[in-house]
Design a protein around this ligand. Sequence first.
Ligand code: MIC
Ligand code: SF4
Length: 650
Amino acid sequence: MGKSITYKILEKHLVSGELIKGKEIGIKIDQTLTQDATGTMAYLQFEAMGIPKVKTELSVSYVDHNTLQQGFENADDHRYLQTVAAKYGIKFSRPGNGICHQVHLERFGVPGKTLVGSDSHTPTGGGMGMIAIGAGGIDVAVAMGGGAFHLVSPEVIKVNLIGKLRKWVSAKDVILYVLSIISTKGNVNKVLEYSGEGVKTLSVPERATITNMGAETGVTTSIFPSDEVTRKFLQAQNREGVWQELSADEDAEYVQVIDIDLAEVEPMVALPHSPGNVVKVKELVGKKVDQVMIGSCTNSSLRDLMIVGKLLAGKKVNLNTSLGIAPGSRQVLSMISKNGILGEMLDAGARILENTCGFCIGNGQAPNTNAVSVRTNNRNFEGRSGTLSAGIYLVSPETAVLAAIAGEFVNPLAMAESDFPKIDLSNSFDIDDSMVIEPTDNPDAVEVFRGPNIGEPPKNKALSNILRGKVGIKVEDKITTDHIMPAGQRLKYRSNINKYAEFVFETVVPEFSKNAASLRDEGKGVFIVAGESYGQGSSREHAAMCPMYLGVKAVFAKSIERIHAANLVNFGILPLIFVNPDDYNKIDKNDELDIGDVIGGIDKGCYIDIENKTKNTQIKMGYSLSSRQKEILKAGGLLNYTKDVKERTK
Ligand code: MIC
Ligand code: SF4
């Protein structure tokens, strides 16, 4: 049996375990990336490991999430990140250089290499044939220290692309279409591998739009072959030397094949409040639009902004609609400023925003009450935009810009084919890496800057054999990490766990944090009860770290998403799954629970019994943990475990 691209790369990087579907493996990581909102904790944890210099081929620290700098906190974090990068051998991409995934694709990605990033959209790199995986900051810290990254050997789904997209339909519509087929649930430990003759009709940034938003399906990652198109992209970035061809064997093994005829794909839109609520744009034609935001790591490449600018040329933004545009990188911004496209945008009445995550993470541009906000980013979770009552609609740049001009949804396919702009994506990009600071040759001379916003990573104790406590919260299906640990205005506390923990479940049950902290102070455990797909969305380990700090000991859910489940283990919280999903109905908020012989339960097999003292019932919980994860849990988290291993191997 032949091999998929995924398995070829994994095999080359395998350092532990067997590459057999469903089994845990450890792989060597060539590159890492962090962004500022997750990076501060990742580097604090890296420092705590006591390793003098990163051991990867390349590690880059980006600042792109928190750049509003209201108050001293963000700027303090940036200084910390800059100095820690200089000291430990990490490149530092300064605020203003662009969004991590876009810049990494342009300047650092290498086909065939492995990348882990402390951001769930790290799979953007799959657009150029990398195995690029999002993870919690501490997993990235371990990888920087030369440790393996652990994952379950995935099931690979082939997405066979046939034909060519019509004019007015673009990569975003393809990934929204994929989401309409496989949804946001049930795709844990899978990889989407694209293939077929349609692949060569898509440029690298278009492929990256598709792999980027693959994150919303819950797969481990998505990957495209590396071909002539990839070579040309790298050549235009003056990096042709790192190119290598990558393709799957003819008879490669896949668990499923999804055929997509690109010529049949229509403009799609994800309705509020989930990227999986996908319908065709034509169903919304005429719906009034209050705000349009174009940008984010999904759709902010030169290609996307050139199309947007050309469509705006000579037109005006509708008077009842606000249009904001945030280019993805300084390279894109600089190029559109030189070729006149930026001027077209301004003349049309667009508001030009900084080339960062910005609106995508709720950092500014909150829409009006009950707004219809049409955006090109990848997530439309309730409240993430900063306005709880607003509905966010995720679309392609083409659909977005037409809505901004008309003030309502327009079906791009109703436009004449000949009106679709012709763009020249010249063969070379403007290259200027002067906003990437190289690490120093003299690390001893660097003093790491720690402003008052930089706290210590919280510590946990080894797991107790008996857990007693109360259910602190009971939530339903599809609770995202944005529900657990809000970003937006709260982002600036990412480096200060003590403070940030005050906002756990802020938009769901505002008093959760206070109540949990009092239970913790009384010496009682706190439990979370959840439905399906708990912890969807971002990789933010704060959604595990802050609950741990508040005394959360276990999550009982119908299912838990991959990155969040790994983060829970990394912070010593038991991720338990209802063996019988109906048992979800047998536990309520404030119920007193007892779990006896936890350690025995973990060691023995795959079940733990919990006793609901309030209802006088027993519930069977299951788990799927590797032996390594069991040891991490027993140690009280990955930091303790890593220290223990270091001690033992001294
Ligand atoms: C997101 O898109 O949700 C984020 C903000 O980029 C997160 C990371 C974070 O919470 O800092 C992600 O995708 O992992
Ligand atoms: Fe930034 Fe949004 Fe991309 Fe997350 S999804 S990295 S917040 S642009």
